[in-house]
Write a protein that binds this ligand. Structure first.
Ligand code: ADP
Ligand code: MG
Length: 775
């Protein structure tokens, strides 16, 4: 709501009904046409005369209807068309001329009152104000004995509501309104007058049929105005209400000796008018922040039409005969109180949400167009800012895949939504990789388990040949209670654990014993590469079995071979291929790193030259500035330097591009090395487990460390790489998965004792993993 610049008082006029018996000795209108003095001799104090002086906006005596409209209403009507609420209200005793002032004679055009004149002016103005589109509606409300009556409900299209359905409502942004009161659109003066007359007729019919006096009801004729600018495509629009109020007669209750229905009416009228007076007193008192508007229908309906942001005008109608002097005095007192009410008119501005959306859409479109022009200018055509299509998303997916496998060097940033989509694809790729690794790990472990359990069956063979009794003499005291093989297979986990523990606690086995154990006839689990070797070894052991029988050896396992040692063996044997690739990759990485170092040095050297040349140029400029003159020699020198600087910059750019490419290659090689290392380690783990069948927890030897040490000793790669290995998210998942699998496996340790057969050192001899029933 836009406040008017200055607040003012409610304008109050006094209109005197012409009469042949005007009490000139009691009522004096001063020539200023603003002051009226009342001289009244009180009955109780004979001869004592009291006087009152009322200074108002204007005294309208013997003034035409035309002049009354011009003085009282025109300003309010024009204000309403500008968006200010306006109220013109007639107050006074019955017969004082309120209806005459407000509606006037319906028969005589000349004597028409404020309402028809206001309607005429509204339509004339609407015609004139072509830059605005107006929408006008009319309503005509009557309040009789605290009941709301719609005087235009008889019209076609109006909902026929009972008075009880009409309720005074208040809504933020909309103000006070009456639910159920019909609003009639009007497009011309005639249409509006038809409605006025229709309402007047209903008012008279009501008076006859319901036996009521028109002066006993309050009537509010309202013009509802809405205007939108035709020139500005604005979401703003303005609303206002022009209330033209004809109040019920304000005569005193006892004067007419009312009784029955008349008395009831008089009580209601008095009540509503006295509450109106209270509301006006509260409005006029700046110390009061509460105004009792809701006490009667009248004040509630007029809540936003009295004072406040509304242009309010009161016409106090008086009947200037001596016999009415008390009523006249009472009316003038009311008028002077009304004068104290301050108003602060403001335009009722609103925002149309639908238009606002349209406006913003337009703005978005315009900005998109500007962006597209900008993109064309910076040579980035074809960028759209719409949601990415399926095809575009598929392309981004493919780009990310190519980027990850190294076939695409970089993904150019095109738009924010594209960047978001790329990130989403990366997230997806990481997730997929994680799942894949987990699945692989599970598969490998279950394969090892399967192999191990498959190998349990043939284990029976040596047992059938060498029963526990047969074995007994060679057993250590600890192993004397070793159960049979069938029992061993069904051994409970607890027993297995204790067995493992014993095994862990076992004293170091002598070399001789190990050698003997290695020579016993046992089934082996082996890698395919080693099949032949193991067969040889098997044969060998078989050959030696007779001379050194298995029964003579304890079936106690010893600790596994040191991991670092086994790893060396693995790299020479089954892991040689991948180890070879790893070495090649490392060599490549080393070579690229050296190259990167060289290029970096070159780039830095060029940069230093650039800095140096820039400094020289700056110095020269500074010196020239100090001398305040130019020398041709210096000018030449400057040009040479500038040319040199330009060349250096071009060189720098070129070397920088090379540097960037080499960097990418280093990263790629690093990635290959990491991958190879991972593979070597995981394959070794599997091989080690398969070869020595050790419980999982004992396998947690830090192989990474040994590899690291080896690599460091080779001084090929910086320690950073090894940090990267654990920083790598996929490695983390791998480690976690491995750890979990190990835990799971530990809880169900197999019921056999891993035994390592050892041979005396020799190039063709290998340690062969063996399986025997646990002790
Ligand atoms: P109210 O509505 O206040 O009860 P009315 O407007 O009905 O009073 O006026 C009562 C009578 O006086 C009507 O016949 C009306 O024509 C007449 N009358 C009132 N004021 C004037 C006036 N200023 N000039 C001419 N006649 C008037
Ligand atoms: Mg009247």
């Amino acid at each position: 709501m836009k406040a008017h610049s200055n607040s003012s008082e409610v304008a109050v006029f006094v209109r005197i009904r012409p009469t042949a018996h005007f009490a000139t000795d009691l009522i004096e209108c001063l020539p200023d046409e603003q002051t009226v003095n009342i001289y009244h001799r009180k009955a109780s104090k004979k001869g004592q005369r009291s006087s009152w002086s009322f200074r108002l906006e204007g005294i309208l005596q013997n003034v035409s209807q035309e002049e009354v409209y011009a003085k009282v209403c025109r300003r309010v009507v024009l204000g309403a068309l500008d968006g200010y609420n306006g109220t013109v209200m007639c107050f006074g005793q019955t017969g004082a001329g309120k209806t005459y002032t407000m509606t006037g004679s319906t028969e005589s055009y000349k004597q028409r009152g404020i309402i028809p004149r206001a309607l005429q002016e509204v339509f004339q103005e609407v015609e004139k104000r072509t830059e605005h589109a107006y929408s006008l509606h009319l309503s005509y409300l009557e309040i009789y004995n605290e009941t709301l009556v719609d005087l235009l409900s008889s019209l076609r299209g109006s909902p026929r509501l009972s008075p009880r359905d009409m309720v005074v409502m208040e809504e933020p942004g909309r103000g006070v309104f009456i639910r159920g009161l019909s609003l009639h659109p009007v497009h011309c003066e005639e249409e509006a007058l038809n409605l006025l007359f229709e309402g007047e007729m209903n008012r008279i019919i009501g008076c006859h049929t319901l036996n009521r006096n028109s002066s006993r009801s309050h009537c509010i004729f309202t013009v509802h105005i809405e205007s939108r600018s035709r020139t500005l495509s604005d979401a703003k629009y303005i609303t206002s209400k022009l209330n033209l109020v004809d109040l019920a007669g304000s005569e005193r209750l006892g004067k007419t000796g009312s009784e029955g229905q008349m008395l009831k009416e008089a009580v209601y009228i008095n009540k509503s008018l006295s509450f109106l007076e209270q509301a006006i007193l509260a409005l006029g008192d700046r110390r009061r922040d509460h105004v009792p508007f809701r006490q009667t229908k009248l004040t509630h309906v007029l809540k936003d039409s009295l004072g406040g942001n509304c242009n309010t005008v009161l016409v106090a109608n008086i009947y200037g005969e001596a016999v009415q002097i008390k009523e006249t005095l009472s009316t003038l007192r009311f008028a002077s109180r009304m004068k104290c009410v301050r108003i602060n008119p403001a335009v009722n501005e609103h925002q149309d949400p639908a238009l606002q959306v349209k406006k913003l859409q337009k703005e978005v479109q315009r900005l998109k167009e500007e962006l597209s022009i900008f993109n064309t200018m910076v040579n980035r055509p074809g960028i759209t800012y719409e949601q990415l299509s399926e095809a575009q998303l598929a392309e981004i997916h493919s780009q990310v895949q190519r980027y990850l496998d190294g076939s695409l060097k970089e993904i150019s940033v095109v738009s924010i939504s594209q960047v978001h989509a790329v990130f989403a694809q990366f997230k997806l790729a990481v997730h997929e990789q994680e799942q894949k690794l987990k699945a692989q790990l599970c598969q490998t472990h279950s394969a090892v388990e399967r192999e191990q359990s498959a190998n349990i069956v043939p284990v029976k063979e040596p047992e059938t040949r060498s029963s526990p009794e047969e074995l007994e003499p060679a057993q250590t005291p600890k192993n004397t209670q070793r159960p049979s093989s069938t029992k061993a297979k069904t051994k409970k986990p607890k027993e297995k654990q204790s067995h493992n523990k014993r095994q862990g606690e076992g004293s170091p086995v002598s070399k001789k014993r190990l050698e003997s154990a290695s020579k016993s006839k046992l089934n082996s689990v082996q890698t395919p590469e080693r099949e032949q070797e193991s067969q040889e070894a098997d044969t060998e052991s078989h050959d030696t079995q007779d001379s050194q029988p298995a029964v003579s050896e304890p079936f106690q396992s010893d600790s596994p071979p040191p991991k670092a040692e086994s790893f060396e063996e693995f790299k020479m044997g089954p892991g040689s291929h991948i180890n070879c690739i790893l070495k090649e990759n490392k060599a490549m990485l080393l070579e690229r790193r050296n190259l990167l170092r060289q290029i970096t040095e070159q780039v830095n050297a060029v940069k230093r030259e650039i800095d140096c040349t820039t400094a020289t140029i700056q110095q020269q400029k500074y010196m020239r500035g100090g001398q305040g003159q130019y020398f041709s020699m210096e000018g030449e020198l400057d040009a040479t330097l500038l040319l040199q600087l330009r060349q250096l910059k071009a060189h720098y750019r070129q070397r920088y591009m090379v540097l960037r490419d080499i960097k990418a290659e280093v990263n790629y090689c690093q990635h290959l090395v990491d991958q190879c290392r991972m593979r070597l380690l995981s394959e070794f783990e599997i091989w080690y487990k398969k070869s020595f069948l050790l419980p999982e927890e004992e396998l947690n030897v830090n192989l990474d460390q040994s590899l690291e040490q080896e690599e460091e000793s080779q001084q090929c790669l910086e320690p950073l790489q090894f940090e990267l290995l654990t920083d790598d998210p996929s490695a983390e998942s791998f480690c976690n998965a491995r750890y979990r699998t190990q835990k799971r496996r530990n809880s169900k340790v197999l019921s056999f004792t891993p035994v390592r057969r050892n041979t005396s050192a020799g190039p063709g001899q290998r340690r062969l993993p063996s399986i025997l029933p646990g002790t």
